[in-house]
Structure formats: structure tokens, C-alpha cells
Design a binder for this molecule. Structure first.
Ligand code: AP5
Length: 215
């Protein structure tokens, strides 16, 4: 079996990060995530591009998309270094999708579907470990000791873009910019929709089977 090239699509909170980690571990491929790459470079000076904000972090904390020039560069560099991959959080608009199509083929394009009310609940309740990146939820996935990461013992935090107002703006931006990306891939042989409201294990079973059938 060759290394799969997988694109995961879904709204904020649909479980892309959760399932990408499993794909990366299960199939031994790189996890390329523009969100994590941008969070690691939130303070980068991009003022010379002439947009309304001077750093990626200012776009992210208001729920807006970071300019394509910045994000495309991250993806090109990551794709150059990899064979198989799971791409999470990119492309988010048609321009990014066309940019990607010109650079690589995809074996599986998986869309995770989740209702908006559930997305808001998941994101506003999410807590993350700033050191190792592990995800938790205040109701559904609590650590053994409240507020402390099971994996590395660091104090958990809430992502700055997980407040209710910013989550709602992210969902609006998703509907406006990223739903056309879903239409772009829907109907291709690689495209599959999976119910993201099932448990993480049930979603993973469906994701794993889908990838195995396509490589
Ligand atoms: P990014 O980091 O990509 O965020 P996102 O797409 O909004 O997705 P999230 O990470 O919030 O959610 P997820 O789908 O990964 O869900 P997760 O598995 O964590 O982007 C952040 C920002 O960066 C953007 O707003 C933008 O500004 C910028 N950016 C990034 N890429 C860009 C691009 N290409 N172009 C321009 N700008 C870009 O799960 C969420 C929660 O639900 C967790 O608590 C988890 O435990 C729980 N959960 C997961 N699965 C289940 C399940 N099956 N059942 C119950 N709970 C579950």
C-alpha cells in the first residue's frame, strides 16, 4: 500500500485535529496543519503584505482567514518534505484549493459533518495543552486531574479563538469561504462524507476504512 494523501474537510470543531492525529499515527504519514503552524507563528510580522492586520494572530483571534500568501507558503514547504500526508485546515477557500490541485493528487477527501449547535458546544468547552497539544473537553473528555494535562502535567488553557463570539464568526467564515471548497471536491472519486457526530472511535473506524479502500 502506498502512503495515502488525505484531505480532511469540516467546520471548526468537526474533529479534523482529532482524526488527523489518528491518521498520522495509523498510516505513518505527516500531519500538515495550517492552524498549528500559524499558532506557532502568531506574532510573525506580515505588515509588508499590506493587509488590515500585521500578524497572523490578529486574523486568527478575530476568526478571519489568514492571507493566502502566508498559508500557501506553509503548505508548499510541508508538501515538499513529504510523501503521504493528512492535510487539516487547508484549503479553506477556492483559491487555496486551486493552488493545492496544481501541486498534488489526493487519494481521499473526507468531509466530517457536524451540526452547528454541537460545534459551538465542542469548541467553547475545548481545553488544550499548550505544551504537548493534547485536546480535552470540559464535559465529554476531562483529564484525570481538573485543568491538568494527563500526558505531560502542564496546565490546560482555552484557545483564544474558542470564545463563543469568535466561534460563531469562524462558522460564518467557514460557510462563506470553505463550503465552496466542499462543492469543488464533492462528486470526485476521492470524496466521502462521514458523520462526525459519532464517537471519536466510531468516526475513526469509518475514516480508516475509507482510506484503506482508496490506496
Ligand atoms: P484551525 O486550527 O485549523 O482551526 P479550525 O479549522 O477552526 O478547527 P479546530 O482546530 O478548531 O477544530 P477541529 O475540526 O480540528 O476539531 P478538534 O479535533 O480539535 O484554524 C484556526 C485559525 O487559523 C482559523 O480560524 C484561521 O484564522 C487560521 N487558519 C488556519 N488554516 C488556514 C487557512 N488554510 N487559510 C487561512 N487561515 C487559516 O475537536 C474539537 C473539540 O471536539 C475537542 O474538544 C475534541 O475533544 C472534541 N471532539 C472531537 N471529535 C469528537 C467527537 N467525535 N465527539 C465528541 N467530541 C469530539
Amino acid at each position: 500500500m502506498s502512503n495515502p494523501r488525505v484531505l480532511l474537510l469540516g467546520a471548526p470543531g468537526a474533529g479534523k485535529g482529532t482524526q488527523s492525529s489518528r491518521i498520522s499515527d495509523g498510516f505513518g504519514v505527516d500531519h500538515i496543519t495550517t492552524g498549528d503552524a500559524l499558532r506557532a507563528n502568531k506574532g510573525m510580522d506580515i505588515s509588508e503584505l499590506g493587509f488590515e492586520h500585521d500578524t497572523p494572530g490578529e486574523f486568527m483571534d478575530s476568526g478571519e482567514l489568514v492571507p493566502d500568501e502566508v498559508v500557501n507558503e506553509i503548505v508548499v514547504t510541508a508538501l515538499d518534505d513529504t510523501d503521504g500526508f493528512v492535510l487539516d485546515g487547508y484549503p479553506r477557500n477556492i483559491e487555496q484549493a486551486e493552488f493545492l490541485d496544481a501541486r498534488t493528487e489526493l487519494d481521499a477527501v473526507i468531509r466530517l459533518t457536524v451540526d452547528d449547535a454541537e460545534l459551538v458546544n465542542r469548541l467553547t468547552g475545548r481545553r488544550v495543552c499548550p505544551d504537548c497539544g493534547e485536546n480535552y473537553h470540559v464535559e465529554f473528555d476531562q483529564p484525570a486531574e481538573s485543568g491538568i494535562c494527563d500526558e505531560c502535567g502542564a496546565e490546560l488553557i482555552q484557545r483564544e479563538d474558542d470564545t463563543e463570539a469568535t466561534v460563531r464568526e469562524r462558522l460564518r467564515v467557514f460557510a462563506e469561504n470553505t463550503e465552496p471548497v466542499i462543492d469543488h471536491y464533492a462528486g470526485t472519486d476521492a470524496y466521502v462524507e462521514i458523520d462526525g457526530e459519532e464517537t471519536p472511535d466510531a468516526v475513526w473506524d469509518a475514516v480508516e476504512t475509507t482510506i484503506e479502500q482508496r490506496v
